[in-house]
Design a protein around this ligand. Structure first.
Ligand SMILES: *[C@@H]1O[C@H](CO)[C@@H](O)[C@H](O)[C@H]1NC(C)=O
Ligand SMILES: *[C@@H]1O[C@H](CO)[C@@H](O)[C@H](O)[C@H]1NC(C)=O
Ligand SMILES: *[C@@H]1O[C@H](CO)[C@@H](O)[C@H](O)[C@H]1NC(C)=O
Ligand SMILES: *[C@@H]1O[C@H](CO)[C@@H](O)[C@H](O)[C@H]1NC(C)=O
Ligand SMILES: *[C@@H]1O[C@H](CO)[C@@H](O)[C@H](O)[C@H]1NC(C)=O
Ligand SMILES: *[C@@H]1O[C@H](CO)[C@@H](O)[C@H](O)[C@H]1NC(C)=O
Length: 539
C-alpha cells in the first residue's frame, strides 16, 4: 500500500514528461472544401499561404541543397510565415526507374554539375548517395517536421525548366505527355505519399498549353487524373489547372467537372505581370489594374462566387523593387488578393537554380531567399506578404464581416493613433473596423466618428461631423482604390494618402487618376477588405 502513491506519482510524472516531450499539437492536416473555402476536420478555415519550391529541373533535386541543410530551409519557410510548400516534380522521376532511382550524386554527375556535389556532401551528407526519389521524400519529411504542409505539383514530364508551347510537355498528346503514363505517375505519387500526413494536396498538372489544347481532352483526362489520385489517396485535395498556362477556367462557368467524390476539388490559377498579355508599363496604372482584375475575374475568379475554391498557385515578380512593371502588378495583386482572400503560392523560395535553361547557378530574381540561400532577398517584401498569410475571413462566420482599410503597397491597414484623432498604418489584425456608408462616410465601427479631411496635405482626422462634405469619400479612379473627398468647407478635392516618414494617413492631391502612364498612384491605393478575424476593438 505504501508504495502505491509513489508509483502513481511516478507514473503521473512520467506521463507529464512524456507529454512535454511529444511534439506540439500539429495543425490538422486532413483538408477538404466547404464552398469556396479550404477547411480542416473541424470545419475551420485553413488558408494556404504557400511558397513554391522547385524540384522538377534536370537534377530532379529540390533547389538549394548544396547551399543549406534541408532542415534549415524548411525552418526558414516556416519562420517566414508560409504554412505550405508547392513542391514541383517531373513525371519521369516517378515513371522511369532509371531516373527516379538514380543517386543524387549520379544525377549531378550526368549533367556535368560536379561542382555541386561537394556542397551537398557538406550540407546534406545523407542525401548524396540516396536516390533522387528518396531525397524528394526527405524534403517532404523535413517540411512536415517543421509543420509545413506540402502540395505535390506535377510540373512537367521531362525534367527541366517550364514552359513553352512547343517543349513537348504542354498538353495531352505532346511528345512527352502521354495520358496513360501521366495517370500512372499521378497514382504512383499519390500512393507513395498516402501515409504522409503533411501532404495535403496534389496538383494534377502545371500550365497546360500549346497547339493541342482542347476542352474535350481537358475534361476526359483531368477527370481521369483526378479519380486516379483520389482512389490512391482519398485524403488529398485534388488541384486542377485550366488552359493557357493556367490562366483560363472560363469553361467551368458552363460545364462542371464531373468526379465521383465531393469536397476535395480545388482549381488553380497563375497570375504574373505577364499573364494574359497585360502591358503594365503602358497606360494609367489604375486602368491597367482594372483591366487585369477584370480579366482574372472573368477567366477564373468567378468560380469563387460559384462556391469553388481558387488557389493562385503561382504569382510573383522581381523583389528588387527595380522592375516598374512588376511593382505595378504587385500593388494591384495585393489589393485583389486581400479583397478576395484566396489561397495562394508565391513563386518562389528558391534563390538560384542548379541549372536553368543551360545556365548553371542562375540567380532567381523572384526568389524569397537570396542567391546563396543565406537569408531573405528582401525583408520588406516578407513583411508585406505577411498581411496575406493570415486569413481575413473564416469559412463559417457567425456574424457579418468587419471591414478594414488595407493599403496594398505596404501590406498594412489603417488604425487609430493611440489617444489621438489621427490615423496611421499598422498591423491588419490590430486595425480598426470601418463602415463605408450609403452616404459615403467612412465611419469607425462602434463610434460616431468618421474620417474627415480638414486641410490639404495634412493628416486626416476622426471627426464627429459626418454630414460635412469633408467626410464624403468616393472611389474615383478605374482601380476603385482611390478614396477622394473635398476638404471641409471648400471645393478642394483630395485623396487618402500616406506620409511615409510618420506612417500617418494624410489628405493630399490625387495622383494619376487617369491617363498619365508614368505616374505611380500606389501610395494612394486603399481597399476595404472583409474580415472576421479582427481582434476586439481597442478603443
Ligand atoms: C528512362 O530514362 C532514361 C534516361 O533518360 C532513358 O534513356 C530511357 O529511354 C527512359 N526510359 C523510358 C522507358 O522512357
Ligand atoms: C525591397 O523592395 C522594396 C520595395 O519594392 C524596394 O524599395 C527595396 O529597394 C528592396 N530592397 C532590396 C534589398 O532589394
Ligand atoms: C497580430 O499578428 C501578429 C503577427 O502575426 C501577432 O504577433 C499579434 O499577436 C496579432 N495581434 C492580435 C491582436 O491578434
Ligand atoms: C457640420 O457640417 C455642416 C456642413 O459643413 C455644417 O453646416 C454644420 O454646422 C456642422 N455641424 C457641426 C456640429 O459642426
Ligand atoms: C463649391 O462649388 C459650388 C458649385 O460649383 C459653389 O456653389 C460653391 O460656392 C463652392 N464653394 C466654395 C467654398 O468654393
Ligand atoms: C463583403 O461582405 C459583404 C457583406 O457581407 C458582402 O456583401 C460582400 O460581397 C463581401 N465582399 C467580398 C469581396 O467578399
Amino acid at each position: 500500500m505504501r508504495r502505491r502513491p509513489f508509483c502513481l506519482c511516478f507514473v503521473a510524472l512520467w506521463a507529464l514528461m512524456a507529454s512535454r516531450h511529444t511534439e506540439p499539437a500539429k495543425a490538422s492536416w486532413r483538408l477538404h472544401t466547404n464552398s469556396r473555402w479550404i477547411v480542416d476536420e473541424h470545419g475551420h478555415r485553413v488558408k494556404l499561404a504557400c511558397v513554391n519550391w522547385a524540384s522538377h529541373l534536370e537534377p530532379m533535386v529540390a533547389e538549394g541543397l548544396d547551399k543549406r541543410p534541408i532542415s534549415w530551409i524548411s525552418k526558414q519557410i516556416a519562420s517566414m510565415g508560409f504554412n505550405c510548400v508547392r513542391l514541383t516534380w517531373p513525371l519521369f522521376m516517378v515513371t522511369n526507374d532509371s531516373l527516379g532511382l538514380m543517386s543524387v550524386a549520379q544525377s549531378f554527375r550526368n549533367l556535368g554539375l560536379v561542382d555541386y556535389i561537394g556542397g551537398i556532401r557538406r550540407n546534406n551528407p545523407s542525401l548524396l548517395d540516396v536516390s533522387v526519389l528518396a531525397a524528394f521524400r526527405a524534403v517532404v519529411t523535413s517540411l512536415g517536421d517543421n509543420n509545413v504542409m506540402v502540395i505535390l505539383d506535377n510540373h512537367v514530364s521531362k525534367p527541366g525548366w517550364c514552359c513553352s508551347n512547343l517543349d513537348g510537355n504542354g498538353f495531352f498528346g505532346d511528345q512527352y505527355f502521354d495520358h496513360n503514363l501521366w495517370i500512372k505517375g499521378l497514382a504512383g505519387m499519390a500512393t507513395m505519399f498516402r501515409h504522409v500526413g503533411n501532404v495535403v494536396g496534389m496538383s494534377l498538372r502545371n500550365e497546360l498549353r500549346g497547339p493541342k489544347e482542347n476542352l474535350r481532352d481537358w475534361f476526359r483526362y483531368m477527370e481521369r487524373g483526378a479519380e486516379a489520385v483520389h482512389s490512391a489517396n482519398p485524403h488529398v485535395l485534388v488541384i486542377v489547372s485550366g488552359l493557357y498556362y493556367d490562366t483560363d477556367l472560363w469553361f467551368l462557368g458552363h460545364i462542371p467537372m464531373r468526379v465521383s467524390f465531393t469536397r476535395k476539388l480545388v482549381f488553380e490559377l497563375h497570375w504574373y505581370a505577364s499573364s494574359s498579355g497585360m502591358v503594365w508599363e503602358e497606360g494609367n496604372a489604375n486602368e491597367r489594374c482594372k483591366d487585369a482584375t477584370d480579366k482574372v475575374m472573368s477567366k477564373a475568379g468567378f468560380i469563387l462566387n460559384q462556391g469553388m475554391p481558387l488557389f493562385v498557385s503561382e504569382f510573383g515578380g522581381e523583389l528588387s523593387g527595380q522592375n516598374a512593371k512588376d511593382n505595378r502588378y504587385f500593388n494591384c495583386f495585393f489589393g485583389v488578393a486581400a479583397k478576395l482572400d484566396f489561397d495562394w503560392a508565391l513563386w518562389t523560395i528558391v534563390g538560384s537554380y542548379y541549372l536553368r535553361r543551360g545556365i548553371a547557378g542562375m540567380d532567381e530574381t523572384f526568389g524569397v531567399l537570396n542567391k546563396d540561400f543565406s537569408g531573405p532577398r528582401n525583408a520588406s517584401f516578407l513583411q508585406r506578404i505577411s498581411a496575406l498569410q493570415a486569413p481575413f475571413q473564416g469559412a463559417a462566420p457567425s456574424k457579418p464581416p468587419d471591414r478594414i482599410l488595407f493599403h496594398p503597397l505596404t501590406g498594412h491597414c489603417v488604425q487609430r493613433k493611440r489617444e489621438q484623432e489621427q490615423l496611421q498604418l499598422g498591423a491588419c489584425n490590430e486595425s480598426e473596423a470601418w463602415t463605408h456608408t450609403r452616404h459615403h462616410t467612412v465611419r469607425m465601427r462602434g463610434t460616431d466618428l468618421c474620417i474627415q479631411a480638414d486641410q490639404p496635405e495634412k493628416p486626416v482626422k476622426l471627426g464627429a461631423n459626418c454630414t460635412d462634405r469633408g467626410s464624403k469619400w468616393k472611389t474615383v479612379s478605374a482601380s476603385k482604390m482611390h478614396f477622394s473627398s473635398d476638404i471641409v468647407g471648400t471645393n478642394v478635392t483630395v485623396c487618402l494618402d500616406i506620409d511615409f516618414s510618420t506612417k500617418t494617413v494624410v489628405a493630399s492631391s490625387c495622383k494619376c487618376l487617369r491617363e498619365d502612364a508614368t505616374c505611380d498612384p500606389a501610395s494612394q491605393w486603399f481597399v476595404l477588405v472583409n474580415t472576421t478575424h479582427l481582434a476586439l476593438t481597442r478603443w
